[in-house]
Design a binder for this molecule. Structure first.
Ligand SMILES: [Zn+2]
Length: 226
Protein backbone atom coordinates (compact mmCIF):
# COMPACT_ATOMS: atom_id res chain seq x y z
CA UNK A 1 0.00 0.00 0.00
CA UNK A 2 2.85 2.34 0.94
CA UNK A 3 4.62 1.39 -2.30
CA UNK A 4 1.48 2.13 -4.31
CA UNK A 5 1.09 5.53 -2.63
CA UNK A 6 4.70 6.41 -3.42
CA UNK A 7 4.17 5.41 -7.07
CA UNK A 8 1.04 7.57 -7.32
CA UNK A 9 2.91 10.51 -5.77
CA UNK A 10 5.76 10.01 -8.24
CA UNK A 11 3.26 10.04 -11.12
CA UNK A 12 1.84 13.37 -9.87
CA UNK A 13 5.43 14.63 -9.45
CA UNK A 14 6.16 13.63 -13.07
CA UNK A 15 3.16 15.75 -14.09
CA UNK A 16 4.64 18.67 -12.12
CA UNK A 17 7.96 18.19 -13.96
CA UNK A 18 6.03 18.67 -17.20
CA UNK A 19 3.81 21.50 -15.91
CA UNK A 20 6.00 24.43 -17.00
CA UNK A 21 6.25 23.02 -20.54
CA UNK A 22 2.52 22.26 -20.62
CA UNK A 23 1.63 25.78 -19.47
CA UNK A 24 4.04 27.42 -21.94
CA UNK A 25 2.59 25.33 -24.79
CA UNK A 26 -0.97 26.36 -23.90
CA UNK A 27 0.16 30.02 -23.65
CA UNK A 28 1.89 29.85 -27.05
CA UNK A 29 -1.29 28.46 -28.63
CA UNK A 30 -3.37 31.24 -27.02
CA UNK A 31 -1.03 34.05 -28.09
CA UNK A 32 -0.62 32.66 -31.63
CA UNK A 33 -4.40 32.29 -31.97
CA UNK A 34 -4.98 35.86 -30.67
CA UNK A 35 -2.41 37.31 -33.08
CA UNK A 36 -3.62 35.41 -36.15
CA UNK A 37 -7.33 35.34 -35.34
CA UNK A 38 -7.30 31.53 -35.17
CA UNK A 39 -10.17 29.83 -33.36
CA UNK A 40 -9.44 29.35 -29.61
CA UNK A 41 -10.60 25.97 -28.37
CA UNK A 42 -9.95 23.57 -25.50
CA UNK A 43 -8.53 21.10 -28.02
CA UNK A 44 -6.13 23.81 -29.24
CA UNK A 45 -4.85 24.38 -25.69
CA UNK A 46 -4.37 20.62 -25.26
CA UNK A 47 -2.46 20.27 -28.54
CA UNK A 48 -0.26 23.29 -27.70
CA UNK A 49 0.49 21.88 -24.24
CA UNK A 50 1.28 18.42 -25.62
CA UNK A 51 3.55 19.84 -28.34
CA UNK A 52 5.60 21.67 -25.69
CA UNK A 53 6.14 18.47 -23.72
CA UNK A 54 6.43 16.11 -26.73
CA UNK A 55 10.23 15.57 -26.58
CA UNK A 56 9.82 14.10 -23.08
CA UNK A 57 7.61 11.26 -24.33
CA UNK A 58 10.50 8.85 -23.77
CA UNK A 59 10.36 9.59 -20.03
CA UNK A 60 7.20 7.47 -19.80
CA UNK A 61 9.26 4.34 -20.35
CA UNK A 62 11.92 5.65 -17.92
CA UNK A 63 9.40 5.51 -15.08
CA UNK A 64 10.15 1.79 -14.98
CA UNK A 65 13.53 1.12 -16.51
CA UNK A 66 16.98 2.62 -16.16
CA UNK A 67 18.18 4.86 -18.92
CA UNK A 68 21.10 6.88 -20.19
CA UNK A 69 21.36 10.63 -20.33
CA UNK A 70 17.81 11.64 -21.27
CA UNK A 71 18.83 14.70 -23.31
CA UNK A 72 21.15 12.62 -25.51
CA UNK A 73 18.19 11.12 -27.38
CA UNK A 74 17.61 12.23 -31.00
CA UNK A 75 14.23 13.69 -29.97
CA UNK A 76 16.14 16.17 -27.74
CA UNK A 77 18.35 17.47 -30.57
CA UNK A 78 16.88 20.88 -31.56
CA UNK A 79 18.35 20.67 -35.10
CA UNK A 80 16.31 17.49 -35.67
CA UNK A 81 13.24 17.91 -33.48
CA UNK A 82 12.25 21.50 -34.35
CA UNK A 83 12.22 21.03 -38.18
CA UNK A 84 10.51 17.63 -37.73
CA UNK A 85 7.86 19.22 -35.48
CA UNK A 86 7.30 22.11 -37.90
CA UNK A 87 6.93 19.64 -40.78
CA UNK A 88 4.44 17.44 -38.91
CA UNK A 89 2.55 20.55 -37.70
CA UNK A 90 2.30 21.82 -41.28
CA UNK A 91 1.03 18.48 -42.62
CA UNK A 92 -1.48 18.09 -39.78
CA UNK A 93 -2.75 21.66 -39.43
CA UNK A 94 -1.15 24.04 -41.92
CA UNK A 95 1.01 27.13 -41.26
CA UNK A 96 -0.62 27.99 -37.92
CA UNK A 97 0.23 24.64 -36.33
CA UNK A 98 3.64 24.59 -38.00
CA UNK A 99 4.48 27.87 -36.18
CA UNK A 100 2.94 26.72 -32.88
CA UNK A 101 4.86 23.40 -33.06
CA UNK A 102 8.17 25.17 -33.79
CA UNK A 103 7.70 27.67 -30.94
CA UNK A 104 6.53 25.00 -28.48
CA UNK A 105 9.55 22.80 -29.21
CA UNK A 106 11.89 25.80 -28.99
CA UNK A 107 10.65 26.79 -25.51
CA UNK A 108 10.88 23.14 -24.42
CA UNK A 109 14.57 23.07 -25.33
CA UNK A 110 15.09 26.50 -23.78
CA UNK A 111 13.66 25.11 -20.53
CA UNK A 112 15.74 21.92 -20.89
CA UNK A 113 18.89 24.04 -21.20
CA UNK A 114 18.69 24.21 -17.40
CA UNK A 115 19.79 20.57 -17.32
CA UNK A 116 21.76 20.65 -20.58
CA UNK A 117 20.94 20.60 -24.30
CA UNK A 118 23.38 20.09 -27.19
CA UNK A 119 22.13 23.11 -29.15
CA UNK A 120 24.86 22.79 -31.78
CA UNK A 121 24.36 19.07 -32.55
CA UNK A 122 25.33 17.54 -35.05
CA UNK A 123 28.38 19.82 -35.07
CA UNK A 124 29.02 19.57 -31.34
CA UNK A 125 27.82 17.33 -28.52
CA UNK A 126 28.68 19.93 -25.91
CA UNK A 127 25.82 20.99 -23.65
CA UNK A 128 25.36 24.69 -24.24
CA UNK A 129 23.75 27.29 -22.03
CA UNK A 130 22.53 30.82 -22.60
CA UNK A 131 23.83 33.81 -20.64
CA UNK A 132 20.70 34.00 -18.49
CA UNK A 133 20.40 30.23 -17.91
CA UNK A 134 22.63 28.18 -15.68
CA UNK A 135 23.15 24.49 -16.47
CA UNK A 136 22.61 22.42 -13.35
CA UNK A 137 25.52 20.04 -13.91
CA UNK A 138 25.07 18.36 -10.55
CA UNK A 139 21.69 17.02 -11.72
CA UNK A 140 23.09 15.79 -15.05
CA UNK A 141 25.99 14.01 -13.41
CA UNK A 142 24.18 12.58 -10.41
CA UNK A 143 21.03 11.30 -12.07
CA UNK A 144 22.15 10.22 -15.55
CA UNK A 145 21.49 6.51 -15.93
CA UNK A 146 19.67 6.23 -12.59
CA UNK A 147 16.04 6.29 -13.79
CA UNK A 148 13.60 9.06 -13.02
CA UNK A 149 12.42 7.89 -9.57
CA UNK A 150 15.44 9.14 -7.51
CA UNK A 151 15.23 12.53 -9.27
CA UNK A 152 11.50 12.81 -8.48
CA UNK A 153 12.06 11.76 -4.86
CA UNK A 154 14.93 14.18 -4.28
CA UNK A 155 13.56 17.26 -6.04
CA UNK A 156 9.80 17.05 -6.51
CA UNK A 157 8.13 15.09 -3.70
CA UNK A 158 9.27 17.82 -1.33
CA UNK A 159 9.69 21.52 -2.12
CA UNK A 160 13.19 22.32 -3.40
CA UNK A 161 14.71 25.34 -5.12
CA UNK A 162 14.88 23.36 -8.39
CA UNK A 163 11.17 22.43 -8.41
CA UNK A 164 9.87 25.60 -6.75
CA UNK A 165 11.30 27.87 -9.46
CA UNK A 166 9.68 25.79 -12.15
CA UNK A 167 6.28 25.53 -10.49
CA UNK A 168 6.03 29.25 -9.68
CA UNK A 169 6.21 30.41 -13.35
CA UNK A 170 3.95 27.50 -14.41
CA UNK A 171 1.22 28.53 -11.96
CA UNK A 172 1.63 32.22 -12.90
CA UNK A 173 1.39 31.45 -16.65
CA UNK A 174 -1.71 29.27 -16.12
CA UNK A 175 -3.33 31.91 -13.89
CA UNK A 176 -2.78 34.63 -16.51
CA UNK A 177 -4.09 32.27 -19.17
CA UNK A 178 -7.27 31.56 -17.19
CA UNK A 179 -7.72 35.31 -16.67
CA UNK A 180 -7.23 36.18 -20.36
CA UNK A 181 -9.29 33.23 -21.58
CA UNK A 182 -12.38 34.06 -19.54
CA UNK A 183 -11.90 37.84 -19.79
CA UNK A 184 -14.22 40.26 -18.07
CA UNK A 185 -16.28 40.33 -15.98
CA UNK A 186 -15.45 37.05 -14.20
CA UNK A 187 -12.00 36.13 -15.57
CA UNK A 188 -10.04 37.77 -12.75
CA UNK A 189 -12.08 36.02 -10.04
CA UNK A 190 -11.79 32.62 -11.76
CA UNK A 191 -8.03 33.18 -12.16
CA UNK A 192 -7.63 34.13 -8.48
CA UNK A 193 -9.60 31.05 -7.41
CA UNK A 194 -7.40 28.92 -9.69
CA UNK A 195 -4.23 30.47 -8.23
CA UNK A 196 -5.30 29.85 -4.62
CA UNK A 197 -6.50 26.31 -5.38
CA UNK A 198 -3.21 25.49 -7.15
CA UNK A 199 -1.13 26.46 -4.12
CA UNK A 200 -3.40 24.61 -1.70
CA UNK A 201 -3.08 21.51 -3.92
CA UNK A 202 0.71 21.90 -4.13
CA UNK A 203 1.13 22.37 -0.37
CA UNK A 204 -1.05 19.30 0.24
CA UNK A 205 1.00 17.30 -2.27
CA UNK A 206 4.29 18.29 -0.62
CA UNK A 207 2.90 17.27 2.76
CA UNK A 208 1.95 13.81 1.42
CA UNK A 209 5.29 13.64 -0.39
CA UNK A 210 7.32 14.39 2.75
CA UNK A 211 5.45 11.72 4.71
CA UNK A 212 5.93 9.18 1.89
CA UNK A 213 9.67 9.91 1.69
CA UNK A 214 10.10 9.56 5.46
CA UNK A 215 8.14 6.28 5.53
CA UNK A 216 10.10 5.02 2.57
CA UNK A 217 13.41 5.85 4.27
CA UNK A 218 12.27 4.06 7.42
CA UNK A 219 11.31 1.02 5.33
CA UNK A 220 14.82 1.08 3.85
CA UNK A 221 13.84 1.60 0.24
CA UNK A 222 13.71 5.36 0.08
CA UNK A 223 16.13 7.77 -1.55
CA UNK A 224 18.88 5.81 -3.18
CA UNK A 225 22.35 6.91 -2.25
CA UNK A 226 23.62 8.54 -5.42
ZN1 LIG B 1 12.92 17.58 -22.44
Amino acid sequence: MRGLRLRILRLIAAFFVALLDLSMGAAIFFLAAKITGHNISVLGYIFGALLAVAPDIDLLSYLKKEHGRHHDQLIHRPAFAIPAGVFIGWIAGGPFWACVAGLCLFVHFLHDTQTGIAWLWPFSLEYKSLPFLKIEWQIIEKYAGKGIAPYLDDFWLEPTKHSFWQLVPAVIILTLLVWLHFGSPYGLYIALAFFIFSWIALLQFWQFGSVAIRESLRAGRGKRKI
